[in-house]
Structures are given as structure tokens and as C-alpha cells.
Design a protein around this ligand. Structure first.
Ligand code: SF4
Length: 399
């Protein structure tokens, strides 16, 4: 991909996109131009747009147990009704008050007048060409405001994992990630986050074993909603998934890593590392300019000091960017300095836009060999669902 300065663009007579580029530049975006279209990467990480008000009546989907209990008390009803509805929403996936058969008809009618249960609409499901029992599925959801997000279901012999989104787009702008190239629209509500899992468990596979917050968006830039969603998923009256099967991934929002560690939340933490030097990380993850690698590793150490389950370091392997012998040795050193950690190497999955390449299989094998004497558990992630653009880093929709 060729990168042009704005002056160069004007010199080339590309006036049709001139105004758009000016607008984007004012918002702190960098513009990259291909012969076909303008691609954008955000370099302003302060962007934050909260979810729109979705309905006049409160949406019960997304309320925590405490919030539902408070809601019923405000209606003059008994507090235990909150737990009853909590179970219906998250354990049984009720989509209407009429489904709640142990609640009297009178109360159901009252609920219908006072509140709604609103699920995002699943408008498309794509299935990978893998063997039926192992087929990855990608689900496209349309939200109340017409925006769209994707979630992925990934079955294998041991796990049936759902990868869920936390934002519409993403402000972090990692070079290797299609969501980053979309830009950022808004945070998802708690209901929109949990709703992805509820839908997949109800309509695709009832035996979901793991949830990873690794879909579209940076979970720690939608911190409160992500934590509430994880609490609902882990609550035994809710989805009832063991906390050790829930993983939240971050690109390295350092203040939130400290907050998360100190709050003692029981879910796993993964850090998307992807480079062993400040320079390379700044290139592939511009957020490094704000949150440097050295400080990120300190934050990871702090997290480890508060947990039995150590942090996982994710490392997207990109040809001629971070796959050299020196990179492998630095990764090994960095992991051993961190002490306890897991390392997960993910060969880059191609996306439209950046001039990045997946390393050859030979290079991947050699990189793994160099890192293999590491003390920490080391895994090489197999790419799943690349034929439907559902693999790591490939989620993106047009909103
Ligand atoms: S990898 Fe994660 S943080 Fe980076 S742009 Fe993609 S969604 Fe955002």
C-alpha cells in the first residue's frame, strides 16, 4: 500500500477525496490512500462515544442482578422477582415476558408496560469450510441504531468458544486488525455484549464452554460495561460459566490493567503484545506512544502479583516485522523477566489494507523453535475461519 501526504494527494489531483481527508485529519486520523479507496487509522485514542438511548422503556437485557432487584423494588414488587427474571434472561435466554412461565400473567403484563427485552437482530451467519463438527461460524448482528457487529463461534475437541465484541469498531487502530481500520463508532451496552453469547448458545450451540472478549473493540475502553457483562456471564444464576473460562483481552490500556488487577476480578487477562521493542510496537500498535511497552510489562507484572492465573501474552507474527531470530530471543527474554505468563503466537491473518504478510510455515516453525525453551506455556494458535474472515484480526463490518 502506498502512503501519500496530503500535499502529495492534492498534487496528484485527487480532489474528490480532499474534503473527506481534511475532515479526518482534523479529527486526528491518518489517511492512507489506495487506488480504490481511502483507508483510515485513528491516532486519537481519546475518542469515546457512549451507547445511544435504545428505547424509552428500560431494556432488562443487560441489567445485573442488583439492577434487576432494584428495578422490581421500584415497581413495588418483591426483590426476589429480580433473581427470577435474571435467570430467565441469561440462563434460559427468554426473549419475551410471555416466556417467563413462573411469573403471573398480571405481572408479565405489567412488565410489558414498564420495560422491554431487546436483543440485537442476528442478520447473517456464515460457516467456514471446515468439517461440520468443527466449523467456525461468524454471526453478524444489527443493533437498534442500525450499526453492526460480529461475533464468532469456534468449536474444537476440547472447547466451544465464543469470541464477542465490545465496541462498534475500535479507536486503537492496530495495523494488523481489520476492526482498527474501521474506526470507532460507539461502545456496546451490557445487553449488546451479553446478547451475542445468549444468541449463540440458544441458536448455534447450547454447550458453550469459553468466552473470550477478543472480538471487535478494545474491552478496556468500555471497561464498566465489559465487567458487568463478565459478571452476568459468570453468575451461576445467569449464564453460569466458570470465571476461569472467561478471558478479557487488552491492547495495553495501562491504567485499566492496574484497576482490573486491584479490583480482583476473577477472569483471565490477555495482553496483545505483538512486538518486543518500542519502535516496532509503535508501528503496529500506535497506542504504544501513549502506553509504552516497558510500562505495559510493569502493569502485567503487577497483574501477576495479584493472581494465581498469570497473564497471557498474545503475539501476532508478521513477516519481516516481528518474526526475526532477534525478535524470538527478545520475546523469550521478556517472558522470562515477567516470570509467570503464557505465550500465544498467532500467525498474521491477512486483511485488506496494510502491507503486511503472514510468515512462511518454515519461518513460523523456526520462530517457535527459538522460543520453545521458554519456561512459560507456549502455544501456536491455529487459524480458524479465515475463509469467512472470522479469524483473529479479521472482523470488520460496514456501518
Ligand atoms: S486488535 Fe483489538 S485493540 Fe487493536 S484495533 Fe483490533 S480490536 Fe482494536
Amino acid at each position: 500500500m502506498t502512503t501519500y501526504s496530503m500535499t502529495a494527494l492534492y498534487a496528484r489531483g485527487m480532489y474528490s477525496i480532499k474534503i473527506r481527508i481534511k475532515m479526518l485529519a482534523r479529527k486526528g486520523w491518518k489517511c492512507y490512500v489506495t487506488p480504490m479507496k481511502v483507508l483510515t487509522r485513528n491516532t486519537d485514542f481519546t475518542a469515546s462515544v457512549d451507547s445511544p438511548v435504545l428505547a424509552e422503556k428500560p431494556n432488562l437485557l443487560g441489567m445485573t442482578l442488583d439492577e434487576l432487584e432494584t428495578f422490581f423494588i421500584s415497581l413495588g414488587e418483591k426483590k426476589f422477582r429480580g433473581a427470577q427474571v435474571f435467570q430467565w434472561l441469561y440462563k434460559y435466554g427468554a426473549e419475551s415476558f410471555d416466556d417467563m412461565t413462573d411469573i403471573s400473567k398480571t405481572l408479565r403484563e405489567r412488565l410489558g408496560e414498564a420495560a422491554v427485552i431487546h436483543h440485537a437482530a442476528a442478520i447473517k451467519t456464515q460457516q467456514s469450510g471446515e468439517k461440520e463438527a468443527y466449523a467456525t461460524k461468524k454471526i453478524l448482528f444489527e443493533l437498534t441504531d442500525g450499526r453492526k457487529i460480529e461475533s464468532v463461534f469456534i468449536p474444537d475437541d476440547e472447547r466451544r468458544t465464543v469470541c464477542i465484541s465490545t465496541q462498534v469498531g475500535c479507536a486503537v487502530g492496530c495495523e494488523f486488525c481489520a476492526t482498527g481500520w474501521m474506526g470507532f463508532s460507539r461502545n456496546l451496552t451490557v445487553g449488546e455484549i451479553v446478547g451475542q453469547l445468549i444468541y449463540i448458545r440458544k441458536y448455534i450451540d447450547p454447550g458453550i464452554s469459553n468466552v473470550v472478549f477478543m472480538g471487535m473493540g478494545e474491552p478496556f475502553l468500555n471497561y464498566e460495561n465489559v465487567i458487568s457483562a463478565a459478571q452476568i456471564i459468570a453468575n451461576e444464576k445467569g449464564v453460569g460459566m466458570a470465571a476461569k473460562h472467561i478471558t478479557i483481552s487488552t491492547s495495553g490500556i495501562i491504567p485499566k490493567i492496574y484497576e482490573y488487577a486491584d479490583a480482583g476480578h476473577p477472569y483471565n487477562l490477555a495482553i496483545s503484545l505483538n512486538a518486543t521493542t518500542e519502535e516496532v510496537r509503535q508501528r503496529v500498535m500506535p497506542i504504544t506512544k501513549k502506553y509504552p511497552l516497558t510500562e505495559l510489562l510493569q502493569a502485567a507484572k503487577h497483574f501477576n502479583s495479584t493472581r494465581r492465573n498469570p497473564v497471557t501474552l498474545e503475539y501476532v507474527l508478521m513477516a519481516d516485522v516481528n518474526d526475526s531470530n532477534a525478535d524470538a530471543l527478545r520475546l523469550k527474554k521478556l517472558a522470562s523477566e515477567l516470570g509467570r505468563c503464557k505465550v500465544n503466537v498467532i500467525p498474521y491473518n491477512p486483511i485488506e489494507g496494510p502491507a503486511l504478510k503472514r510468515p512462511s510455515q518454515e519461518r513460523i516453525d523456526y520462530f517457535m523453535k527459538l522460543v520453545s525453551s521458554i519456561q512459560s506455556p507456549l502455544t501456536l494458535r491455529r487459524s480458524r475461519g479465515t475463509d469467512i474472515s472470522a479469524a483473529c484480526g479479521q472482523l470488520a463490518v460496514k456501518n
